[in-house]
Design a protein around this ligand. Sequence first.
Ligand code: MG
Length: 378
Amino acid sequence: MNQDRRGFLKTTSLLAGASLLNPFSEVSAGQAYVPQQKNLRMKLRYRPYTLELRHVFTIATSSRTTTPVMLTEIEYDGVIGYGEASMPPYLGESQEGAAAFLAKVNLEKYDNPFEMETILTDIDAIATGNPAAKAAVDIALHDLVGKLMNQPWYNIWGFKKNATPYTSFTIGIDKEDVVRQKTKEAAEYKVLKVKLGRDTDKMMIETIRSVTDKPITVDVNQGWKDRSFALDMIHWLKEKGVVFVEQPMPKEQIEDMAWLTERSPLPTFGDEGVQRLADVKKAHGVYNGINIKLMKCTGMREAHKMLTLARALDMKVMLGCMTETSCAISAASHLSPMVDYADLDGALLISNDLYDGTKVVDGKVTLTDRPGIGIKKV
Ligand code: MG
C-alpha cells in the first residue's frame, strides 16, 4: 500500500469514527474568534481632520480647497478598527454635527462586535441623516471585525480580489489650460471622469479630446434643467467617446429623468438621486444604474445591500467616493470586484493622506492582503 493510500484510509476511518459522534465533524473549520477576557466592550474614539486638496476642486454647484473629515477608531480586545466620515460642505454634514452624533453612539452596551446588523441598525436609528457620521462607525466596525476574523472584507463577502475595475480620474470644471494640464497629469488612468453642468461643457470635452482619446465618463451633478437639451447633449457626448452620464438632471425631476433614460443613447446613473437602500427600488426605471458611495448610504453594510438589490433589478452599479483618505477609499474598494465602474480617486486628490491601503496601480483598483479594510497608518 503506498503512502497516499494508507494516509487516505487512515483519514477516512478517523472521519467515519468521528462522524458517528458528530455528522459535521469532518468539516475542519478554522477556530472561531473567542475573546480571551470576559466583559470586553468596544470603545469608540473620534477626532476631526482637514484634508488638503492638490487642486481647487470645482463642480457644477461649488469650489473648494479642503474637505473636513472625522476620523474614528473602535478598540476591542486590543484590536483597533479605523473609520472615517468625509463631509464636503455642500452635502450638509459638518465636523460639529458628526461629533454631536458620535457622542450619542454607545458601543459599550454591546458585548459582541460581530452582531453588526443589530449594532448598525441601532446606530442608524439614533437620528435621521448623518450618513457620513454613521459610515465612520460602520467602516471602523467592519475593519475591527475583519481584523478579529483575520480576513479582508473581499474574502468575507466572497469577491475575487483581482476582479477590480479601473478607476476613473476626476477632472473638475476649470479653464481650458488647466483642463489640458490635468488631462496630461492623468496619463496613468485609463478612464477620465469629467465634471459638467455649466456653460463650458463642450469646451471641457473638446479640450480633453485635444489631448487624449481615452474613454470619458461625465458627471453633470444635476446641472441640466431641460430634458431636450440634456438629450441633445448626450447624443453629442456619445460621438465624443463618452461612455455614461451621471446625474444629468436635478434629482427632483424624476419624470424628466425617466423620459431621458428611455431615449438616451448612453447609460444614465443616479448619484444625488440615489442615496440609500430604499432609493434603489425608486431609481429603477428612472436611471440605468446607481452610484453607491459609503458617505451617502451609511457605510459598507448598506452599500453591500444596495449592490445586491441593484443587481436583482438588472441595474448597473458604479462605486464612487468623496475626497477621502485611504481609509474610506479602501473600505469602499472591497465592493469594487462586483461593480461595473469605479470612481475611487478620492485619496489621489489629497496631499495629506494618513493611511496606506488600496492603491491605484496602472489605473486599476488594487486591494491589499491585510485583514479588515486593509489599511495601516503611515
Ligand atoms: Mg456624482
